[in-house]
Ligand binder design. Structure first.
Ligand SMILES: *Cc1c(COP(=O)(O)O)cnc(C)c1O
Length: 446
């Protein structure tokens, strides 16, 4: 079996259970033509074949992770209702499920209070965080590292907030000295700490950033879109684990259930530690159908209509896999980190390759060794293409040469950035496939 199909009969049963909840309703006829639907659906399936096999362990490229069957089945189940979590009137059960699921996420960070909701991805989650930052600190700088997601720079343009980026050190972490230079200028409103950079999975030094907050006073937003769930993993390097513990003290966190939370696209999440930020969302639209005293999620969200199904899927997933240390979900993340470490170890020992720093999470970056950075870059691109032809799907990244500085003996540095290979080992099964993936990598032409 290549695509998991065992869940399909379960869905039929669940739809029946759902239907029983509406047994009082009179029958209502419709005239869907299922012969036509079947034919278009078949055509659709044929079209969808044109994709990389994201669900398979030999897809070890970009940051793409298959949704767990519980998530996509629960999502599809909700489609028979199609709730809208804008207001309780549009999705009652699914709004309650969203509140529960989001509360569990904040518990994972060790928070005692919060305000938050799901979003259309990490971009929207970060946008909401920076929008709140701008309201609380009008006209002040938003600062993020050079390896922060490019979305921050763009979002600040949308919000018309000034933005500065800070250099990183050799391990792609925010350089604290450079940060303090900017803080001394005195106009910083918010520092964005990336907890798992998208390119290399590096963690900004959150503890030290919080110490600087005591001295200079600014908001701290953690962009944990990709790395947030790793707060549960116990096999990470000590320094990484220590940084995660400080998530309990930040002002806001963006985390993507569609990155490491086993969810279908799109599911982001923004949470604020101080529920009082809710007052910033006030509006007095005549169209709203907010009818009860209970909180409608649309009252604390920049987006209005949102998929109730995303909340249903997340709730069901967290029911099956509670967000606890030592739990089955945490073990899955630990396997991803172990897989990355193992692949890194093999490549680091092999003189045919250059490697960057050891992975903090589950992303490995490396390149085939050659005489110069430009030759290494060209060779990486060739190997990337050849790997695809052989059924191994990798990714390319262009990164500062300094990330590889410990492994460049005898290499001529003829350019500042190097194009290298990158692999996100985001599936727990990857741990069983590391040997095979490594064998395929060493089989590529040098
Ligand atoms: C993926 C990612 C984003 C953007 O999130 P989307 O869900 O793609 O909109 C932002 N920040 C980081 C660190 C990310 O990894």
């Amino acid at each position: 079996m290549k695509l998991e199909k065992r869940g399909i009969p379960l869905l039929e049963k669940a739809v029946q259970v759902l239907e029983e909840g509406f047994s009082e309703l009179p029958e209502a006829e419709n005239d869907f033509n299922f012969d036509e639907i079947a034919s278009v659906l078949t055509e659709t399936a044929e079209k969808l074949r044109d994709n990389y096999p994201y669900f398979h362990p030999l897809y070890a490229g970009q940051m793409l992770k298959p949704a767990h069957p519980i998530a996509h089945l629960a999502y599809m189940l909700a489609m028979w209702i199609n709730p809208n979590n804008h207001a309780l009137d549009g999705g009652r059960a699914s709004s309650h499920m969203e509140k529960e699921a989001v509360a569990e996420i904040t518990k994972m960070f060790g928070w005692e209070s919060h305000l938050g909701h799901l979003t259309g991805g990490g971009t929207m989650a970060n946008m909401e965080a920076l929008w709140v930052s701008g309201m609380l600190n009008p006209g002040k700088l938003i600062v993020a590292s050079e390896q922060a997601h490019y979305t921050h720079n763009r979002i600040t343009q949308v919000l018309k907030l000034p933005f500065r980026s800070v250099d990183t050190d050799d391990r792609a972490k925010m350089d604290l000295n450079r940060l303090e230079d900017i803080l001394k200028e005195g106009n910083v409103g918010t520092v964005v700490a990336t907890m798992g950079t998208t390119a290399t999975g590096s963690i900004d030094p959150l503890g030290e950033i919080l110490t600087l907050r005591e001295k200079y006073g600014f908001r701290v937003h953690a962009d944990a879109a990709y790395g947030g769930y790793f707060v549960l993993a116990e096999n990470l390097p000590e320094e990484t684990k220590a940084a995660y513990q400080y998530l309990s003290e930040v002002d806001s966190v963006a985390i993507d259930p569609h990155k490491h939370g086993l969810q279908p696209y799109v599911a982001g999440c923004i949470v604020f530690r101080d529920p009082a930020v809710g007052k910033l969302y006030k509006h007095d639209s005549p169209y709203t159908y907010f009818s009860s005293k209970e909180l409608h999620l649309g009252e604390i969200s920049l987006e209005c209509s949102r998929a109730g199904a995303s909340a249903v899927a997340l709730w069901a997933t967290q029911r099956l896999f509670p967000l606890v240390r030592g739990g089955r979900f945490a073990k899955m993340l630990e396997r991803c980190h172990a897989a990355a470490l193992e692949l890194y170890g093999k490549l680091a020992e092999d003189s045919r390759f250059i490697v960057a720093f050891p992975p903090e999470l589950d992303i490995v970056i490396w390149a085939p060794k050659a005489e110069s950075i430009s030759k290494i870059s060209a060779l990486s691109t060739r190997q990337f293409e050849e790997a695809e032809e052989r059924g191994l799907y990798l990714a390319l990244a262009t990164l500062p040469v300094k990330f590889f500085k410990n492994d460049l003996e005898g290499v001529e540095i003829d350019q500042e950035a190097v194009t290298c290979l990158r692999s996100c080992l985001m599936k727990p099964e990857h741990l069983d496939w590391v040997d095979r993936i490594y064998e395929m990598i060493v089989g590529l032409k040098m």
